[in-house]
Design a protein around this ligand. Structure first.
Ligand code: IFM
Length: 443
């Protein structure tokens, strides 16, 4: 298996999950800071106060990236470090943190990919309605423009939003993520405004960034398959496919929301104003695909959303309860390519949580993760062989970190993090990935 010479080999992280010290140096609070400090929201009250302390240990973390032979690193910017109130007053210390990080990555031959929004909305903006308020479109575009002005000359790859579906569904509909709401109308408004914010940021990008810099959006995608041939199972699988895979992509690539979802939500349809759907079609340079698993679905009248996932016999499941289904990566890349055309693709996240523990020698032996990565790389290669323009692979995650409502209980990292001492240890899968990447880059 020989991947293209210019393929990006990376790992990904997100600000609130790794940085720690979210209020340091005059930063504002985010909705995740507020949410995780609200009793009953996260596992045993875990929060991002310290996380992996990447805020102070970023130099060491770049050394780890070098040991992993990475030539790319995807990370996100905490909006409230840059603009403590979300808009208006700029905090130079926050900007400096990311400028230093970008410069050091470049000095070490690691291409930065910045995600502008990975879920840590400034709390001050949520107090004004956050994503449910149409003004958030302008607040985000202003923040994005500032980042393009400050770093557009040095950062070649930008993603506007990470997994807007998860923000909309878990944050505003199911209440499991910040801001913890259960409001179908609010979710629908938030989703539409995120898409508009993304499009306005892309428009701004064209004005500020050099022509060879690229911008896209990152979406969580995966096959939604019926458990049986019954019309009800097929109907429910189609509905979830429309909701998860199409809701954010159809507007961008076709200028319309999927009809199946609009019919399902009825009066809670997105608040589309004149010209919105044209704006949403603003062309992007690449699409980021986050792939973890598939859902095999059956109709279940007792469930509020009419469905449940059916466990698959004989399959491996990760610590998240997600089936290991590598073929799904190929299937979803194929589907995106066939459905929306030859847009360049990155796998911006793919990874697995397993219950890792260091042995007596202090080594972390995680053969299941090694196998997970290998199987997904095989499917990535298969996609490239079939002419799908896949440009890079970012393992989620560089290191164990704050897995949102699960706190520190789910370990996805190539690096094991001892959350007491904050010491990092390369796992067996990390060694394997480093060798794999080396053989691809230098072999
Ligand atoms: O940790 C998350 C990440 O923030 C977004 N994508 C999925 C990962 C694993 O759940």
């Amino acid at each position: 298996m020989r991947f293209p010479n210019d393929f990006l080999w990376g790992a990904a992280t997100a600000s609130y999950q790794i940085e720690g010290y979210p209020l340091a140096d005059s930063s504002g609070a985010s909705i995740w800071h507020r949410f995780s400090h609200t009793p009953g929201t996260t596992h045993e009250g875990h929060n991002g106060d310290i996380a992996c302390d990447h805020y102070h240990r970023w130099r060491e973390d770049i050394e780890w990236m070098k040991r992993l032979n990475l030539n790319a690193y995807r990370f996100s910017v905490a909006w409230a470090r840059i603009l403590p109130e979300g808009h208006g007053r700029v905090n130079p210390a926050g900007l400096d943190f990311y400028k230093r990080l970008v410069d050091a990555l470049l000095e070490n031959g690691i291409t930065p990919m910045i995600t502008l929004y990975h879920w840590d909305l400034p709390a001050a903006l949520h107090d004004r309605g956050g994503w449910m308020n149409r003004d958030c479109v302008g607040w985000f575009a202003d923040y994005a423009s500032l980042m393009f002005r400050e770093l557009g000359d040095r950062v070649p790859l930008w993603a506007t939003l990470n997994e807007p579906w998860v923000v909309m569904a878990l944050g505003y509909l199911f209440g499991q993520h910040a801001p913890g709401l259960r409001d179908l109308g609010g979710a629908s408004r938030a989703g539409h405004h995120m898409l508009l914010a993304h499009a306005q940021a892309v428009k701004a990008f064209r004005a500020f960034a050099p022509q060879n810099a690229q911008i896209g959006i990152v979406t969580n995608l995966g096959p939604q398959q019926p458990a049986t041939d019954s019309p009800q199972d097929q109907m429910i699988a189609t509905l979830w496919h429309n909701f998860i895979n199409r809701f954010f992509l159809d507007p961008i690539f076709r200028g319309e929301y999927p009809q199946a979802v609009l019919s399902f939500v009825g009066e809670f349809a997105p608040p589309i104003e004149e010209g919105d759907m044209e704006t949403l079609q603003t062309p992007i340079d690449f699409l980021g695909v986050n792939y973890y698993t598939r859902n095999v679905l059956t109709y279940d009248a007792t469930d509020a959303f009419g469905s449940r996932t059916v466990p698959q016999e004989g399959k491996t499941y990760t610590e998240m309860g997600w089936e290991v289904y590598p073929e799904g990566l190929y299937e979803i890349l194929r589907w995106v390519h066939d459905e929306y055309g030859a847009i360049p693709l990155y796998i911006t996240e793919n990874g697995a949580a397993f219950p890792d523990e260091p042995n007596e020698q202090g080594e972390v032996d995680d053969p299941l993760r090694e196998e997970y990565i290998r199987l997904h790389l095989e499917q990535s290669y298969r996609a490239i062989q079939d002419g799908i323009p896949l440009k890079g692979f970012f393992y989620w995650s560089l290191m164990d970190n704050f897995e949102w409502a699960f706190g520190y209980t789910k370990r996805f990292g190539l690096l094991y993090v001892d959350f007491e001492s904050l010491q990092r240890t390369l796992k067996r899968s990390g060694r394997w990935y480093a060798e794999w990447v080396a053989s691809q880059r230098f072999g």
